[in-house]
Structures are given as structure tokens and as C-alpha cells.
Design a protein around this ligand. Structure first.
Ligand SMILES: *Cc1c(COP(=O)(O)O)cnc(C)c1O
Length: 417
């Protein structure tokens, strides 16, 4: 057929999606285009929070065996129920009930395709016309991207670096109105590496109660703490305000590629159920793709058999890396890391542009560091904080040392004279 210039195609990309799609991976892909392929040094990946391919972070054999056993049982070859395989939901309810003042039931657990889908589900459920949601700044960017795409209005409250990245509750109260549906917190925190105290979490719950909203607590890094503060699950305060907890196997079990996550409610007063949130989650799940049944089938054994040594080994390495990063980075004048990370595998570092010559902003900095030193860092804009940087220290110990040394060289070449 001949090309006809006047042919009209009614085909369009989705401009709105293109605009709302801010993601860690998208931002890093952009920065990666600056990498110099002639540099034969290994790339130091401070940008990605996925250490699962490093030998020290490889998942344990008991986790792999759990999956092999699930596959070999041939019990998990059918479609799962859309809420999730019952044995997995029971095991998760059991696992989360430990340490909580009440018992969770399998009805309160929904299995999702990673924590990513948990975010998609809950944001979609909440996105009704006129509604708004309170999101932290900085934050894991999926929340804002999903909300923008779903026309759920976003209101940002700041996390305060001088107060160990705690939530500014006065701002939260000022931002909320009758159309506010929920507040999101991330604890242990991505991107700040902070861990909230019992007292602070309680205050967040009390604020939510005053506002008549519930708390969405992203605990994808649950128990991954290595400082002085213990990890306290938000569910602890479920009787003050209802809590939806999001989690996954991706971080603590070091299998992000298995794409298994969950939503669970800690709501002893049954408020979420009474107000139709659970029904809406179920209806959304009924039309969403399920995570593979065999991976769900492995969950009970994964939770039962993961050894304490595996987890404490990861935490020891993260603690050492956090110490090195915090100390060494603060010796370089163009950086300030205000708080030593105490959890997750991430830290926010302020970029002191006035110490540098010819660098315009965080994106410019990250592009040049990629090009000249083969070091990948996530620019702060990717998590909502311009002229800051997000570092992941989930990597081999020697890579941290090497990466920081390269940054020091970069600083020497670009410092203001
Ligand atoms: C990694 C991460 C997620 C996504 O988790 P997956 O299980 O990999 O989908 C969600 N929230 C935060 C804060 C994360 O760091």
C-alpha cells in the first residue's frame, strides 16, 4: 500500500501518563546515559536500592528451598484466589500478630505483586473525585506518580532533617481538610534511612485520629534497623487510628525479583471494613493481575524458616556501610549528611553547590559524576528534594570505600578555588 500523507491516525501516546511518571528507575535510566563506556572501572551503583545480586546480599538457601518445595508440591499450579493464597495470608497474619496487642486474621491480608502493586491498589481505591492524600517529602516516588495518574490530589508535608527526618505534624494538620483520605508514612524510611520512635508513631496515629483519616504505613523495610532505635510497627497504634501496612519479600528476604508483597490492616475497631475500604481493595484485586501462585505458596515456609543469622548478617553489613558512608561523605565539603542512617539501606545527603564550580544542580552533578567517575547516584529531585542526593549503601563493603574515594576525586577537580 502506498504511503498517503493525508492519512489520519487516531492514535496517541498518553501525555498525562508521561507527565505523571516520575520513578527511581526512570530517573536512573536518564543518569545512566551519561556513563562513559571507555571507563573500565566497575560502576558503583549508589542509585539503586537492590543489592540482591551482590554476593553478601544473596538470599539464603532456606528461602530458595521454600520456593522449590512449593513448586515441587504441585499444589500451586492453579489461579490463586484474588485476595491471595490462604496459607500465605494466614502465615502473614500470624507473623505480624507477634508483638502486636491483638491477633490479625487472614481476612485482613491481601497478597500483591510486590509492595509496588500494594501502592497501586490503595492509591486507586482512594482516588475518588475531590479527594486528597498527605504524602511525605522526600518520599518513595511511586506514591506521587500513582496519585497524579489517578487524579488523587497530593498534599506534601515535609520531613525535618534537623529532627531525624520526623514528620512535621503541625504542617500535616494545616494541610488536611474534609476531603483528606489518608496519610502515608514510610518506616524505616526510604529515602532518609531514619527510624521513627514509638512516641513519634503514636503522635502520628493521634493526629490521624483527630483528622478522621487512616494511616498507610509503608514497612517494606520492617525490622531492617541497625542503630539505637528498635523498629516499631505502626499497627501497634491501630486502636488509635486504623492502619494499612504495606510490605513485601523484596528487601528483608532479598528477593525483589519474586514480586511478592502484601497489604494488611491493623484495625481492631473495624473502621476500614465498616467504611468500605476492604470491599474496595477486594474489588480492585478482582480485576488486577495476581502474583504467581507458587511464590505465594512459598510464603509460609519462608516466614517460618528464614534464619536469624541471615537477617543479622545483612544488618551487620548495612550498619558498617552506613558508618563508612556517613563518616567519609561528611569529610567531603560538597556534601552534608545530617543524620546517620539507622534503618533501610538509604541516606539523604545535601549537595553543597556553593562548594563546587560549574555544577548547576543535583541532576547536573549526578550526570557528571556518572560520566567522570562511573558512579551512579539518584538526584534528589527523583524523591522530591532538589539539590539533595539519595545514596543506597546496600552493596559490598569495598564498593562503598571505592565509591566515596571517587567522589572525593571528583570534588577535588570541581571545587571552587
Ligand atoms: C522498594 C520499595 C517499594 C517497592 O517494593 P517492591 O516489593 O519491590 O515492589 C515500596 N516502597 C518502598 C519505600 C520501597 O523502598
Amino acid at each position: 500500500m502506498e504511503m498517503n500523507e493525508s492519512q489520519h491516525w487516531n492514535i496517541h501516546g498518553n501525555e498525562e501518563l508521561n507527565k505523571s511518571s516520575v520513578s527511581v528507575r526512570g530517573t536512573l535510566n536518564l543518569i545512566s546515559t551519561y556513563l562513559n563506556t571507555d571507563d573500565h572501572r566497575p560502576v558503583i551503583a549508589f542509585g539503586r536500592a537492590d543489592p540482591s545480586s551482590y554476593p553478601s546480599f544473596r538470599t539464603s538457601s532456606s528461602i530458595v528451598e521454600a520456593l522449590v518445595d512449593a513448586v515441587q508440591s504441585r499444589n500451586f499450579n492453579s489461579y490463586p484466589s484474588t485476595q491471595g493464597v490462604l496459607s500465605a495470608r494466614r502465615a502473614l497474619a500470624e507473623y505480624y500478630s507477634r508483638g502486636l496487642p491483638y491477633q490479625l486474621s487472614s481476612d485482613e491480608v491481601f497478597i500483591t505483586t510486590g509492595c509496588t502493586q500494594a501502592i497501586e491498589v490503595i492509591i486507586s481505591v482512594l482516588a475518588r473525585p475531590g479527594a486528597n492524600i498527605l504524602l511525605p517529602r522526600p518520599a518513595y516516588p511511586h506514591y506521587e506518580a500513582r496519585a497524579n495518574f489517578g487524579h488523587l490530589e497530593v498534599r506534601n508535608f515535609d520531613l525535618i532533617p534537623e529532627k531525624s527526618w520526623e514528620v512535621d505534624l503541625e504542617v500535616v494538620k494545616a494541610l488536611a481538610d474534609n476531603n483528606t483520605v489518608a496519610i502515608v508514612i514510610i518506616n524505616p524510611n526510604n529515602p532518609c534511612g531514619s527510624v521513627y520512635t514509638y512516641q513519634h508513631l503514636k503522635e502520628i496515629a493521634e493526629t490521624a485520629r483527630k483528622l478522621g483519616i487512616f494511616v498507610i504505613s509503608d514497612e517494606v523495610y520492617a525490622h531492617m534497623v541497625f542503630g539505637k532505635k528498635p523498629f516499631v510497627p505502626m499497627g501497634e497504634f491501630g486502636s488509635i487510628a486504623p492502619v494499612l501496612t504495606l510490605g513485601s519479600l523484596s528487601k528483608k528476604w532479598s528477593v525483589p525479583g519474586w514480586r511478592l508483597g502484601w497489604i494488611l490492616t491493623t484495625d481492631p475497631n473495624g473502621i476500614l471494613k465498616k467504611h468500605g475500604i476492604l470491599e474496595s481493595i477486594q474489588n480492585y484485586k478482582d480485576i488486577a493481575p495476581d502474583p504467581p501462585t507458587c511464590i505465594q505458596g512459598a510464603v509460609p515456609q519462608i516466614l517460618a524458616k528464614t534464619s536469624d543469622e541471615f537477617v543479622s548478617g545483612l544488618l551487620d553489613l548495612l550498619r558498617t556501610n552506613a558508618d563508612i558512608l556517613y563518616e567519609k561523605i561528611n569529610e567531603i565539603p560538597c556534601f552534608t549528611c545530617p543524620n546517620k542512617p539507622e534503618g533501610s539501606m538509604l541516606a539523604m545527603v545535601k549537595l553543597n553547590l556553593e562548594q563546587l564550580e560549574g555544577i548547576t544542580d543535583d541532576v547536573d552533578f549526578c550526570s557528571k559524576v556518572a560520566k567522570e567517575e562511573s558512579v551512579l547516584i539518584l538526584p534528589g529531585v527523583g524523591v522530591g528534594m532538589k539539590n539533595w542526593l539519595r545514596f543506597s549503601f546496600g552493596m559490598e563493603h569495598c564498593s562503598i570505600e571505592d565509591g566515596v574515594a571517587r567522589l572525593e576525586n571528583f570534588y577535588r577537580r570541581h571545587k571552587l578555588h
